[in-house]
Design a protein around this ligand. Structure first.
Ligand code: BTN
Length: 258
């Protein structure tokens, strides 16, 4: 049995997240594996972990590099409608809290990248399965750079970091997965208090109070990242004093803007 599976089976105390666990040494994307399982009725909390992914994918049509030594996991949730909007917040907070628990200062980049010293350590992709236009399940895909040297991969060198690089030593991938599953379940069970979740999410965000450029598709817009509204959207104060609500996009800090 792989170390990560025995670690989780021996230590996980959640009541549903990760209780049904599927480990694949190699997967195309854990998102696809989880989606097939969800379509076949897998219970809420089912988690898929891959040792490495051949076609890991990220937000905005990007690919996600998944070498061995990282955590690539997808978790099936079946949220009631209001909770769907909180999934970006709770997934980011779950990883943020786990990393903080290791003694590393991290920050959230809206909506749910986790950065350490401005470098990305975790990306999160949330996809939904719809039945008659209504969300019947959501797949929370989490990729965390843990025990590898991001400098060895030219596509992410300089932009990314890993937990081992920050700590100066490797750590069990299962320990990180356990933290994320535990925190995610805890937060998911609090989604009836959306204001509290959104304020914790915003408090962890490096983005708020900074001048940023938001890129979505071919368009870009600049402004002050002012707040996160009740729907979880980023509110940007434009130079003409008006505000714009950002639903999706890539937020880039503008150098020298504090
Ligand atoms: C991003 O930063 O753009 C999101 C990256 C999400 C990567 C994870 S790894 C596990 C899951 N499987 C995938 O193919 N993607 C997500």
């Amino acid at each position: 049995m792989p170390d990560i599976v025995s670690y989780l089976e021996n230590n996980l105390t959640t009541s549903f997240i990760g209780k049904e666990l599927h480990y694949l040494p190699v997967a195309s994307s854990t998102q696809d594996v989880a989606r097939e399982m969800a379509d076949r009725g897998a219970p809420e909390g089912t988690a898929v972990i891959a040792g490495t992914q051949q076609s890991g994918r990220g937000r905005l049509g990007r690919s996600w590099l998944s070498p061995r030594g990282g955590l690539a996991t997808s978790i099936i949730l079946r949220p009631a409608m209001p909770a769907v909007h909180l999934l970006p917040a709770i997934s980011a907070l779950a990883v943020f809290r786990t990393i903080k628990g290791l003694g590393i200062a991290a920050g959230i980049k809206w909506p749910n990248d986790i950065l350490i010293g401005g470098r990305k350590v975790c990306g999160i992709l949330i996809e939904h399965g719809l039945t008659d236009g209504i969300v019947s399940y959501s797949i929370i895909g989490i990729g965390i750079n843990i025990n590898f040297d991001t400098g060895l991969y030219p596509e992410i060198a300089g932009l990314a970091t890993s937990l081992s690089a920050q700590l100066g030593h490797e750590l069990p991938v299962g320990q990180v997965a356990l933290g994320v599953y535990t925190e995610l379940e805890d937060l998911y069970l609090q989604t009836e208090k959306p204001a509290a979740i959104i304020s914790q999410w915003a408090a962890g965000m490096d983005t708020i109070g900074r001048r940023v450029k938001v890129q979505s598709g071919n368009s870009a817009i600049e402004g002050l990242a002012e707040s996160i509204n009740g729907s979880g959207h980023l509110v940007l104060r434009l130079d003409d004093g008006s505000t714009q609500e950002i639903l999706a996009g890539d937020v880039l800090p503008i150098p020298g803007s504090g």
